[in-house]
Design a protein around this ligand. Structure first.
Ligand SMILES: Nc1nc2c(ncn2[C@@H]2O[C@H](COP(=O)(O)OP(=O)(O)OP(=O)(O)O)[C@@H](O)[C@H]2O)c(=O)[nH]1
Ligand SMILES: [Mg+2]
Length: 448
């Protein structure tokens, strides 16, 4: 059985590509394609005529891939035709009439996974690659597709297998009542793996930030101009701006890219003590946002005493939210108060209303992101599913370490080890369920 689908974007284009893959792909294609006669010594060309019921539908370019040397690992034919919607559909329909089945979303990639061309984490990287909208996300997806990530997982798996083998050795000996000395070695091996997993899981924050945008929280008193700043940065009237304090009651989130770096900028409810329950909830949400942000822009209204800002910052400092974060003071409304403000923090004089001072601020954002990136590990976790799976591995390893320390019998410890291996296997797809595969491949479009 073969599958077929239009692989280029829906709609009209100069050229469209129809992909056909499976064990009878070549036969099906041969029913429609007429290749030009070889002329003298001219090398074979990829041009062909595509016929439907003996009539010329289009002149096309054909690329053939013989199994296993194709994306899917099966025989594959890619037919590039003219992009007319009619031609695309008629060509696909002809292939379906000749015995192919319409491919489901992501089915070509699923086939690649089933044929062992890609592991599961790599198929997810393919989806990320297609989704990537900026340089940073693109770099991450490429490295997950090609780079160290799969190797890292394989090393972890190998270490877990080694640990299991050592433990089984102990099992064999225990019958002969040999005092097995090397539990310490087992323990140190287990904690090595554990440390590595913790580090990988910690990289998720940065990996995810790069994929979804580095979180930037805009905070400050009501009416300071937070929403105006968001709009100015986005060059758009995304958030409602008004002179009524407490206009923004819930967080508003938008992504934008500066110099290839994605930021996720979050406008929040103004910081103040409020009796209004909805506003109060908004303020709680603000504090959560601050906790998750990498960069904090505290917007100060230049017409107000800076003492206010110091109070707020002190209060937030007390709940220990600023640790390891970049904090910038944005002194807004300088169109009203021209004199400069000196603060103990990095301060940017701007007018959100008139759009002045924004370049320095955006440059500082990019620089802060680059500083963080420079410290980022080579291999980064970007996928929530993997993050969760590694969480299970981490738990299982904790049990292993505890079991070893408590001198539990080896067969009990082995159960937790197998559990760890199982969860690690779900990432690469060595262990998998239809449900998980279904969720992953439903992210793809038809034709990929
Ligand atoms: N003159 C001047 N007015 C500004 C500037 N930025 C904002 N404003 C005005 O200040 C008022 C409050 O602006 P918002 O952006 O709604 O302030 P906010 O901080 O989001 O306020 P809340 O959502 O209520 O917490 C509006 O009337 C804005 O037009 C500025 O740079 N200069
Ligand atoms: Mg607002």
């Amino acid at each position: 059985m073969s599958i077929a689908a239009i692989s280029t974007a829906r709609g009209l284009g100069a050229i469209a590509v129809v992909r056909l893959s499976g064990d009878d792909a070549f036969d099906i294609a041969a029913r429609h394609l007429v290749l030009p006669e070889p002329q003298g010594t001219r090398p074979a060309t990829a041009f062909a005529r595509f016929l439907v019921n003996g009539e010329l539908l289009d002149e096309v370019v054909v690329t053939t891939y013989r199994a296993p040397h194709s994306y899917t690992g099966d025989d594959t034919v890619e037919i590039a035709c003219h992009g007319s919607l009619y031609i695309q559909q008629a060509l696909l329909q002809a292939l379906l009439n000749s015995g192919a089945r319409l491919a489901e979303p992501g089915e070509f990639t699923r086939q690649a996974f089933l044929n062992g061309k890609l592991d599961l984490s790599q198929t997810e990287a393919v989806a990320d690659l297609i989704d990537s909208t900026n340089a940073a996300a693109h770099r991450l997806a490429i490295s997950q597709l090609r780079g160290g990530y799969a190797k890292e997982l394989e090393q972890l798996r190998q270490q877990l297998v080694d640990l299991t083998a050592l433990l089984e050795l102990e099992l064999d000996f225990s019958e002969e009542d040999v005092e097995f000395a090397d539990r310490r070695r087992l323990h140190s091996l287990a904690s090595q793996i554990y440390t590595r997993i913790i580090a990988l899981r910690e990289s998720f924050h940065m990996g995810n930030a790069l994929k979804r945008g580095i979180p930037v929280a805009i905070i400050g008193r009501p009416n300071a101009g937070k929403s105006s700043l968001l709009n100015a940065l986005l060059r758009d009237n995304r958030a409602i701006v008004s002179d009524i304090p407490g206009t923004t009651r819930d967080t508003i989130e938008e992504t934008f890219v500066i110099k290839g770096t994605p930021f996720r900028i979050i406008d929040t409810a103004g910081l103040r003590h409020s009796d209004d329950p909805i506003e109060y909830l908004g303020i709680q949400r603000t504090i959560e946002t601050v906790v998750q942000a990498d960069i904090i822009l505290y917007v100060h209204d230049a017409t107000q005493p800076f003492l206010q800002a110091l109070d707020d910052l002190q209060e937030l400092q007390d709940i220990r939210t600023f640790k390891d974060k970049h904090l910038f003071i944005v002194n807004n409304k300088i169109d009203l108060v021209p004199e400069t403000l000196t603060t103990p923090y990095r301060t940017f004089p701007i007018s959100a209303k008139e759009g002045t001072g924004l370049e320095d601020l955006t440059s500082a954002l990019v620089k802060a992101a680059q500083t963080d990136l420079a410290q980022a590990p080579d291999v980064m976790l970007t996928n929530v599913r993997h993050y969760d799976a590694l969480g299970h591995v981490e738990q299982a390893l904790l049990h292993v370490a505890k079991g070893l320390a408590d001198h539990l019998p080896s067969d009990l410890v082995a159960i937790d080890l197998r559990d760890a291996l199982h969860h690690l296997g779900t990432i690469t797809g060595q262990v998998t369920s239809d449900e998980v595969l279904g969720t992953i491949f439903s992210r793809f479009c038809v034709g990929k």
